[in-house]
Design a protein around this ligand. Structure first.
Ligand code: ADP
Ligand code: MG
Length: 255
């Protein structure tokens, strides 16, 4: 499915999500144009992960709508196999990278990257290998292709996780605190890979604790607190002279 250039790559309208009595997302509106990078910051528990997980359909939202390149992500009308098929289609178009790498320990680095295109796209072994090596090259790990995850550093594991997420040629990449479990000296190598993707105009939603990186890499920044978007603006504006007191308080503690 192709869409007009001006269709937002990701669009959320009035998204609400609750867990029991706890309303975690209280009506989120958000537009990410294609090729743009948005950083999402906010205190722990503000709903950032739930937001990304909802976009990827790992959580089913209660109200509102989520569109990926004009296609409806949340589909309460679909049941059973039709819903499964829909979810698979959505997930093939979105790569997600988590704080913990979740690599398959029994597969080599290359096999971790090629598993999804082999299984889900039925890609033949030779093409999958070429694709896998291209992606490992891109994250600077071509020399680690045959190594198992246990032999990699945290930063290397996370770079493999990024290569794996890219293997389905997603339209969007979602990063949920991709560097917050890493030793400080390993953060930069992962940030560099993300910056590389930014230069190639990958559309990205980045949840991060790193204000400097967020400011540097993103086109737009959003501050969430208590399940609402308190403020969203250009990174310069949001980080230098935020309009809201809650944003100022948060930044004072985190800059
Ligand atoms: P953040 O990523 O900003 O730290 P989360 O989206 O993880 O925030 O969580 C937002 C709120 O939702 C928290 O209060 C958290 O405890 C709650 N929450 C998240 N996932 C679940 C779940 N599966 N069941 C119940 N509560 C949840
Ligand atoms: Mg989180």
């Amino acid at each position: 499915m192709t869409h007009a250039k001006d269709t937002p790559m990701v669009e959320l309208k009035g998204v609400k999500k609750r867990f029991g009595d706890l309303e975690v997302l209280k009506g989120i509106d958000l537009k990410v144009e294609r090729g743009k990078i948005i950083s999402i910051i906010g205190p722990s528990g503000s709903g950032k992960s739930t937001l990304l997980r909802s976009i990827n359909n790992l959580e089913v939202i209660d109200e509102g709508s989520i569109l990926l390149d004009g296609m409806q992500v949340n589909r309460p009308d679909l049941k059973g196999l039709a819903f499964e098929r829909h979810i698979n289609h959505i997930r093939q178009n979105m790569g997600m990278v988590f704080q913990h790498f979740n690599l398959f320990p029994h597969l080599s680095t290359l096999e971790n990257v090629t598993l999804a295109p082999r299984k889900l796209k039925g890609m033949d072994a030779k093409s999958a290998r070429e694709l896998g090596m291209e992606l490992l090259e891109r994250v600077g790990l071509a020399d680690k292709a045959s190594v198992y995850p246990s032999a990699l550093s945290g930063g290397q594991k996370q770079r493999v996780a990024i290569a794996r997420a890219l293997a389905m040629r997603p339209k969007v990449m979602l990063f949920d605190e991709a560097t917050s479990a890493l030793d400080p000296e390993l953060v930069e190598e992962v940030n560099q890979v993300m910056k590389g993707l930014a230069e190639e105009h990958m559309t990205m939603l980045i949840v991060t604790h790193e204000m400097g990186f967020a400011r540097d890499v993103s086109d737009w920044a959003m501050f969430m607190d208590g399940g609402v978007v308190v403020e969203s603006n250009t990174p310069d504006h949001l980080f230098s002279h935020p309009d809201e007191e809650r944003t100022r308080n948060f930044l004072r503690k985190h800059l």
